[in-house]
Design a protein around this ligand. Sequence first.
Ligand code: TRP
Length: 344
Amino acid sequence: MSQAEQTGANSRRRVLTGITTTGTPHLGNYVGAIRPAIAASRDRSADAYFFLADYHALIKCQDPQQVHQSTREIAATWLALGLDTDHAVFYRQSDIPEVTELTWLITCVTAKGLMNRAHAYKDAVQKNTEQGEDPDFGITMGLFSYPILMAADILIFNATHIPVGRDQIQHIEMARDIGQRFNHIYGEHFVLPEAVVASETAVLQGLDGRKMSKSYGNTIPLFVPEKQLQKLINKIKTNLLEPGEPKDPNDSAVFQIWQAFATPEQTAWMREQFAAGIAWGQAKKELFQLINEQIAPARARYEELMANPGIIEEILRKGAEKARAEAAERVSALRRAVGIAPMA
Ligand code: TRP
C-alpha cells in the first residue's frame, strides 16, 4: 500500500501537474511533459488535473506582458494538442483563490528550516555568497516560499501522483512533509503525494546537443511556422562527417530527436541510414518531415486558438468552475479544522 493510500482519504489515482507560465512551449517540453500528460488525460481510470501556474510565474518573471502571453500560448498549446477537457480538469491557478488561502493555512505549519533547504533558494544564496553579495540579495519571499504554494496546489485536490521533472522532486517531498505536519496537528485531512519522474529518454537534446532548455537558448519552439521549423532543424549541431561516411546515431542530436517522434520501425530505418552514411542535410530533411507531419494539424488548431482567445477563456472558465467547487469545499473544512468557524 502506498503512503497516499494509507491516509485513507482517497484511494483513487489522481494525477496533477502545473505548468509555470513563463515561456513558449518547445519540442523538449512536448516530448518530456506535454505529450505524456495529454495521453494521461485520456486515461479514465485516474482523475487528472492540469493547471497553468501563473502565480508561480510571478516568482521568475515580472514582465506582465510576458506572463500574459505565455499563459495564452501554453493554454492554446495544450488544447491544440488534444487535451481531453471533458475528463481532465484544466484551469488557471489564479482562478482558484482557495489555493492562496490554503497556502496561508499550511504556511503556518511549515518550518522555516524546511524552506531553508530548498535547492532553488540555496542556489540563489550560494551565487550571492560567491559574488560577495549579501546572502539574500535579490531573493523575494515568493522564491523562498515557492514550495509552499506548490504544496497547496497539490494538497488542495488530494492529488496522489505528480508528474514532474527531476528538479521538482524535492518540492513534492516538501509537499508531503507539509501535509504530514498538518495532518499531525489537525487530523487526517491530506493525502500525501508521490512524484512521478519521466525516464531519462524523455529529455530531448537541443540545437547545440545539450538538454533542450529555454535557459540555454537552444530550443525549437513547437508551433513555429513550417519554414522556420525547417530552418531551426537545419541548425542542429552535427559533426563534419561527409555524405557516405557512416555516422554514430548515439552521438547525434538529429538521431535522438528523430527517435522521440518515430515509431520503432522508423527508428530502425534511420539507424540503417546512419550506418550507410546518410548526408546530414538529408537526415535533417527527413527529420523535418517526420516532425512536421505530426504537428501540422495541431499547429493549425493552435493558430486558430491564438487568434480567438475567447475560446480559451471559456474553456478555462469551465475548468475553474469544476476545480473551484471542490477546492472551496475542502478549504472550508480546513478552516474549521484550524478553528476558523462561524460563532453560531
Ligand atoms: N514548479 C513547477 C515547475 O516549475 C510547476 C508547478 C507549480 C507544479 N505547481 C505545481 C508542478 C504543482 C506540479 C504540481 O515545473
